[in-house]
Design a protein around this ligand. Structure first.
Ligand code: FES
Length: 64
């Protein structure tokens, strides 16, 4: 699913950036993928994807 239409960034690209590049917030995500630096409409959704990816990760780590 596309999160940022201006730059054609998908939720899986954001998740990958969080998991492999250590992106932990919107500022870092912008530095990697430009998300939110044009119209800004995607910022809330992008933040949600970052948050849920980090939460999912921490849940997974507790289980294993
Ligand atoms: S949709 Fe992301 S900057 Fe416009």
């Amino acid at each position: 699913m596309y999160v940022c239409m201006c730059y054609g960034v998908t939720d899986s690209q954001i998740r990958e950036a969080v998991n492999t590049q250590g992106v932990g917030n919107l500022r870092e995500l912008r530095a990697h993928l430009n998300v939110g630096s044009q119209c800004g409409k995607c910022i809330q959704m992008a933040q949600q994807v970052i948050d849920t990816t980090i939460i999912d990760d921490s849940l997974f780590k507790e289980v294993s």
